[in-house]
Design a protein around this ligand. Structure first.
Ligand SMILES: Cc1cc2nc3c(=O)[nH]c(=O)nc-3n(C[C@H](O)[C@H](O)[C@H](O)COP(=O)(O)O)c2cc1C
Length: 177
């Protein structure tokens, strides 16, 4: 089975997950900016992994614009964010990114976050989200956790999540024409 893994990453977490999975299943791996629709025909399975900013998977809409061209292919999505992975955060990601409109498998992986390493614009965006959360009486426990993160970087690698994706990829067969 031929598999292409496409990733959108900035600080390297999503890129590392994409490359680790690619190595384990012998897939081709490219950043989203190198992806062209004409590549799809050469693969049976297409995997897209993107970093999460404000609950949105970066470049997911741009990727899913090619959904029709992926008819008959296995399509797997994964997101990488600092949020804890729970049933609630997963459902939240599915609805915020309209993933239930598509016939895809979706996995949520936890990555690392270091405020000190952000660029100016992202620092500003992040500080702005924190301001809103701190004033919101209905903020969830997950959102409140973000308030702690600014001064305490988190480093996380979801081995179990990666293994799950690898197992699924190894079990997938070549879709029938
Ligand atoms: C401005 C900003 C907003 C973020 N929003 C979220 C979020 O809503 N949910 C989440 O899980 N992670 C969020 N993150 C954390 C990143 O998704 C996380 O650091 C991820 O590992 C980055 O992926 P990359 O290393 O591949 O670029 C945010 C990070 C920044 C800078």
């Amino acid at each position: 089975m031929r598999t292409l893994i496409i990733y959108q990453s900035k600080t390297g977490n999503t890129e590392k997950y994409a490359k680790d999975i690619a190595k384990a299943v012998n897939a081709d791996v490219i950043p989203f900016k190198k992806f062209k629709e004409k590549m799809i025909k050469d693969y049976d399975t297409i995997v897209f992994g993107g970093r999460v900013i404000g609950n949105r998977i970066q470049k997911i809409d741009e990727f899913l614009r090619h959904y029709e061209a992926m008819e008959g292919k296995n399509v797997i999505l994964f997101s990488v964010g600092m949020s804890i992975v729970t049933k609630e955060t997963r459902l939240n990601m599915i609805s915020s990114n309209l993933l239930d409109m598509y016939h895809v498998r979706y996995y949520q992986l936890r990555g690392s976050f270091d405020y000190a390493k952000l660029g100016g614009l992202e620092k500003f965006m992040f500080a702005n989200s924190l301001r809103l959360i701190s004033r919101d009486p209905n903020a969830t426990a997950d959102q409140k956790m973000l308030l702690e993160i600014k001064d305490h970087p988190i480093e996380f690698y979801d081995n179990a999540g990666v293994e799950k994706i690898i197992t699924v990829l190894n079990k997938l067969s070549v879709p029938e024409a």
